[in-house]
Design a protein around this ligand. Structure first.
Ligand SMILES: [Zn+2]
Ligand SMILES: [Zn+2]
Length: 177
C-alpha cells in the first residue's frame, strides 16, 4: 500500500507544546478540534496533568473522591431503581391511556380479554402504523402522544389477536373493494 505525501502529511501533526512532529495517534482524541486530535501530544498532555495533580493535590483528591468513583457507584446502585421507575412510568402510562379508551373496565373491545399485557391501542379507522411512523416510534410513544394530545377520538383498546385479525379483515375488504 502506498500513501500519498498528502495522506502522510495529514497523519503527522506538530505538537503545539513541544513542537515535535508526531503521528496523529500520539495525540489524544478531541472532538472539538478540527482534525479531531488535541493540539498537545500525549506526552505533553500527560506531563501537564501530572503537574496539575502535583500542584493541586487537594483539588485532585476532592475531584477523585466526589466526582468519579462515588458517582459511578451511585449510578450503578441506582440503575435498577431508575429502570424500575421508567418501567413503572411506562406501565402507568399504558394503564392510564388504555383505561381512558376502555371507559369502563380494562378489556379488549372485541373479545373482552382483560390481561393488560396483551392489550394495545387500535386506530378504529386504521392507519395505525402510518401514524406511528409519523410520531416516530412504537407503542410507548403512541401512549405518550395520546396523553399529550388529550386523548383524541378514534381509538379503542384491542388485544393483539383482535388487532391482528382486524387488520387481516381490513386488508381482505380492501382487496374486495
Ligand atoms: Zn508535545
Ligand atoms: Zn381481543
Amino acid at each position: 500500500m502506498t500513501n500519498s505525501l498528502d495522506e502522510l502529511a495529514a497523519q503527522i501533526k506538530a505538537c503545539s507544546k513541544c513542537g515535535q512532529r508526531k503521528s496523529l495517534s500520539c495525540f489524544y482524541k478531541n472532538s472539538k478540534s478540527k482534525d479531531g486530535r488535541s493540539s498537545w501530544c500525549k506526552d505533553c498532555a500527560n506531563a501537564r496533568s501530572r503537574e496539575y495533580r502535583r500542584d493541586n493535590p487537594a483539588k485532585t483528591a476532592l475531584w477523585n473522591k466526589n466526582s468519579y468513583p462515588s458517582k459511578r457507584k451511585y449510578y450503578q446502585e441506582h440503575r435498577e431503581q431508575r429502570l424500575q421507575k421508567i418501567r413503572d412510568y411506562e406501565a402507568n402510562l399504558k394503564y392510564d391511556v388504555l383505561s381512558y379508551y376502555c371507559k369502563q373496565s380494562l378489556r379488549c373491545a372485541r373479545c373482552g380479554i382483560t390481561d393488560i399485557d396483551v392489550l394495545c391501542i387500535d386506530h378504529i379507522n386504521g392507519g395505525g402504523s402510518k401514524h406511528r411512523r409519523s410520531i416516530g416510534g412504537l407503542g410507548g410513544t403512541l401512549y405518550h402522544w395520546l396523553k399529550k394530545n388529550n386523548y383524541p377520538e378514534g381509538y379503542q383498546v384491542l388485544c393483539f389477536n383482535c388487532n391482528f385479525k382486524k387488520k387481516l379483515e381490513d386488508n381482505r375488504e380492501q382487496r374486495r373493494a
